[in-house]
Design a protein around this ligand. Structure first.
Ligand code: GRF
Length: 203
């Protein structure tokens, strides 16, 4: 069985995952991006399941068909754990049904605070003094699902979105690979990823 990483952007978290020697079987992107270059350089199979073939970023984007193509590509490769690492497409509920409990995500806030695409900007706008990152089991609801690990990051007076996000990503690059390795160990024991969630976060 294999671990897949899904990327859309610069792939620096993917780089950290590969650097931590997580056994990654395939890297899939939804658009041409540096993440695919990182994967190829690491000798990992790359697949582009391009949004452009399903309506791209237009209102006619066919989320259902896209999600089915992506799930097919992963199933064909025997993937049993899907790790989103800066993946920019919201997938249909059908995808999460096919990989139930086996999709992980890293998010740049202390969930449940600041869900959504602009978590770092929103934390700054809210004036919080601490934010952070969260690794969780992903579900059809955006940035929901059992929390596996979290770490706080201090907000500095002179932070802008870029500096704060970079400091959060530095933590994600350590926390996400470690959490993925713990999840892989749980799967090897026959346990589901959510079994690693904090007891109060399981419901
Ligand atoms: C990370 O902050 C992740 O939490 C968010 O996108 C960022 C990905 O960074 N979803 P990179 O493309 O791996 O540098």
């Amino acid at each position: 069985m294999a671990t897949a990483v899904l990327v859309s952007g610069t792939g620096t978290i993917l780089e950290a995952i590969l650097g931590a020697e997580v056994p990654v079987g395939v890297v899939v992107a939804d658009r041409p991006c540096r993440g695919l270059v990182v994967a190829a350089r690491g000798g990992v199979e790359t697949v582009l399941v391009d949004r452009a073939e399903h309506g791209g970023f237009s209102p006619s984007f066919d989320r259902e068909a896209y999600s089915a193509s992506l799930a097919d590509a992963l199933e064909q490769r025997g993937v049993d754990l899907v790790c989103m690492a800066g993946f920019g497409t919201v997938l249909a509920a059908s995808f999460f049904e096919r990989f139930e409990g086996r999709v992980l995500n890293t998010h740049p806030s202390l969930l449940p605070a600041f869900r959504g695409w602009h978590a770092v900007r929103d934390a700054l706008a809210a004036g919080v003094t601490t934010t952070g990152c969260t690794v969780h089991v992903a579900t059809a609801e955006l940035d929901e699902g059992p929390i596996l690990s979290q770490e706080p990051v201090e907000v500095r007076d002179d932070d802008d979105e870029a500096t704060l996000h970079e400091r959060i990503k530095a933590v994600e690059r350590r926390l996400y690979p470690l959490t993925i390795l713990l999840v892989r160990a749980a799967l090897a024991r026959g346990d589901e990823p959510a079994s690693l969630a904090r007891p109060e976060a399981k419901d």
